[in-house]
Design a protein. Structure first.
Length: 134
């Protein structure tokens, strides 16, 4: 069985953030297209994954990532870095616009799909609504 985990540094124009996460490929998942075929990370997923991580300098992020690495026996993907040429506030504003689109798309799904996935859809809508309040 795969651990599917790693430590991921997000470098922005004004700060860096560090997380340990599984299924990092979700950063490319869009509820607008219901697919992960984008070459670009989806702002709502990035904000969701990183919103509780402390903002820090690039050097602090690198040091934090190396310290975090010591806590994991298995770290399948090691330490990876993502660079986005935006500030955190710019990313959040973009995520808010995308969140509105994603909520509209989710709520317009056919009733039979809602019956099968209502818990998942409901949880995702809550996350998107939290992003809208940021």
């Amino acid at each position: 069985m795969s651990a599917d985990n790693g430590i991921y540094i997000l470098n922005l124009k004004d700060q860096s953030r560090v997380i340990h996460a599984q299924a990092i490929e979700n950063l490319w998942w869009s509820f607008v297209t219901f697919d992960s075929d984008s070459d670009e990370m989806i702002p709502t997923r990035v904000v969701d994954y990183y919103r509780n991580a402390a903002p820090m300098t690039r050097r602090e992020a690198q040091d934090t990532a190396f310290k975090m690495e010591e806590d994991y026996i298995i770290l399948e993907y090691g330490i990876s870095t993502f660079n986005i040429d935006k500030t955190w506030d710019e990313l959040v504003e973009r995520a808010k616009r995308v969140a509105s689109l994603e909520i509209k798309t989710i709520t317009s799904r056919p009733a039979e799909e809602w019956e099968r996935k209502s818990d998942w859809f409901g949880d995702e809508i809550k996350i998107l609504e939290e992003i809208l309040k940021m």
